[in-house]
Design a protein around this ligand. Structure first.
Ligand code: FPP
Length: 228
């Protein structure tokens, strides 16, 4: 089934609220993250069906290292299992995996797994799934500006060409779940003209109908890019 979406090519999501989802059910935080992975799976499928070219998900920020070691290990374990178990589905559904952020600084087994998954899906064309891992927008901008400076003048075009998202369509819509209204160091440059959409839904409860509602609202908003 292909559901039409009017014009959005690239959507990004700050997946927040896994911990609160678990707490409400008197479950450990890891149960919330597990439910969060299920939501990732459903939303990736829906994004393809809705005709999105790219979906960028904030899975682990450069600030998430401040969390307890056990929770970090749980998150990394879930990430590895997700990649291992869903690679076949990506291949079948023409999903190209991409990872943004300083992911090469992660544990060697995670890096090796990601490298393999990137290679395996590199020829896929329908939807790009970009997972932000050890990502921070300020760090991305420092890296991009440094690379631009090493080639000559630091212009907006040169910075943009060195962003982790350089080969992706411009960001149209940024969604954050769980009622928090901030960007938390996510895609700061790319959000310059993106529409922002905040919902109280906790990430594990975020369903395809919620993505559709965000896209519907995007279609109703008039983007002027600073013009009249
Ligand atoms: C925020 O909820 C969520 C995260 C820090 C991690 C997001 C990770 C996943 C959904 C699972 C793995 C991702 C992929 C791509 C397989 P929180 O823990 O900050 O929730 P809280 O604010 O309610 O405590």
């Amino acid at each position: 089934m292909t559901i039409q979406n009017q014009g959005a090519r690239h959507v990004a999501i700050i997946m927040d609220g896994n911990g609160r989802w678990a707490k409400k059910r008197l479950l450990p935080r890891v149960a919330g993250h597990k439910a969060g992975v299920e939501a990732v799976r459903t939303i990736v499928r829906a994004a393809g069906d809705m005709g999105l070219e790219a979906l960028t998900l904030y899975a682990f920020s450069s600030e998430n290292w401040k969390r307890p070691e056990d929770e970090i290990n749980d998150l990394m374990g879930l990430m590895k299992r997700f990649i291992l178990s869903d690679l076949d589905e990506f291949a079948a559904n023409d999903v190209k995996l991409k990872v943004i952020g300083d992911w090469r600084a992660l544990a060697p087994d995670v890096v090796a797994l990601i490298d393999k998954a990137l290679e395996r899906t590199s020829g896929n064309k329908r939807t790009t799934l970009a997972v932000a891992l050890n990502y921070g927008a300020q760090d991305e901008l420092v890296r991009a500006a440094t690379a631009a400076a090493s080639e000559g003048a630091i212009t907006a075009e040169a910075i943009e060409a060195h962003l982790d998202t350089a080969d992706m369509p411009p960001l149209d819509l940024l969604i954050r779940t769980s009622g928090e209204v901030r960007l938390s160091n996510f895609l700061l440059w790319q959000s310059a003209y993106a529409e922002l959409y905040f919902t109280d839904k906790l990430w594990p409860d975020f369903a395809p109908a919620d993505l559709q509602a965000a896209l519907d609202q995007f279609a109703r908003r008039e983007r002027r890019y600073g013009g009249l």
